[in-house]
Design a protein around this ligand. Structure first.
Ligand SMILES: Nc1ncnc2c1ncn2[C@@H]1O[C@H](COP(=O)(O)OP(=O)(O)OP(=O)(O)O)[C@@H](O)[C@H]1O
Ligand SMILES: [Mg+2]
Length: 247
């Protein structure tokens, strides 16, 4: 059993959002790519950002994390406006980001990679709890980080942010390029983390996978959120979703 001191309850209709994003805009140099992103995430929820390539999903996560040079609008975490904060201060509020490229260092061992991010808040998982979630990691502690399989690297990347005390997790395409059996394991991990009270924003191209773990889906198109589909209404909206995603 994983126990966290800051576990949030399940979302209810009258729960204040854990994260409230309004009018979020972002630029790469002169290139304006987010044009007013709006969405909410309730405590303990798993939501996805779905959308075509280049829609702005990764940029939305980077903007929430404060790693874009230029962003504007409002990102409120548990009542704190973060839009003007540096990324370190945002991480200290308890947001953990697993980028699409996973960020595993080849020059470091698995163990060193795991211990790299600083603990930002109380309530992070212990190494034993992380090994319980990801037994493969424990067996490979002394290996070079990039000698792990793609799935193991993804587990290491998720495991190391769980140590930090982050309670809002931003996962960018955690299943990309992985075998079905590993995708299932990642899905079980996400479900477990949800039960433990973590709140998760998941960027996914694979909406069949997304449907197995998420409460709601936000559709991103050309730098805006254009629709929200509750997971239990996904089947009824499947044609519309295919249209959005061009599949
Ligand atoms: N480093 C960068 N410099 C300039 N433009 C960028 C950069 N990264 C992304 N873009 C552009 O910003 C827009 C949004 O990209 P983003 O990576 O957020 O999309 P995405 O929805 O995550 O796509 P994908 O599904 O392909 O990962 C795209 O037009 C992309 O070309
Ligand atoms: Mg992306």
């Amino acid at each position: 059993m994983l126990t966290r001191t800051t576990a949030a309850g399940a979302p209810t209709a009258d729960t204040a959002p854990l994260l409230k994003v309004r009018g979020l805009e972002a630029w790469y140099g002169e290139s304006h790519v987010l044009h007013g992103i709006d969405f909410d995430v309730a405590p303990g929820e798993v939501v996805t950002l779905l959308g075509r390539n280049g829609a702005g999903k990764t940029t939305t996560l980077k903007s929430i994390m404060g790693v874009m040079n230029k962003r504007r609008g409002s990102v409120v975490l548990e009542g704190t406006e973060t839009i003007a904060l540096p990324s370190r201060a945002i991480a200290r509020l308890g947001i953990g980001y697993v980028p699409e490229e996973r960020g595993i260092y080849a020059s470091l061992s698995v163990e060193e990679n795991l211990l790299l991010p600083p603990q930002v808040r109380p309530g992070g998982l212990s190494l034993e709890q992380i090994f319980e979630l990801f037994p493969n990691i424990k067996e490979r502690l002394k290996s070079q980080g990039t000698k792990l399989s793609g799935g193991e690297q993804q587990m290491l990347a998720i495991g190391r942010i769980l140590r930090t005390g982050a309670h809002l997790l931003l996962l960018d395409e955690p299943t990309e390029g992985l075998a079905p059996v590993i995708i299932e394991q990642i899905g079980r991990t996400i479900a477990r983390l949800k039960r433990e009270g973590f709140t998760i924003i998941l960027v996914e191209q694979n909406f069949r996978f997304a449907a197995t773990v998420a409460d709601r889906h936000y559709v991103v198109e050309q730098g805006k959120v254009i629709d929200m589909i509750p997971n239990d209404e996904l089947d009824a909206n499947i044609d519309k979703l295919h249209g959005y995603l061009g599949v």
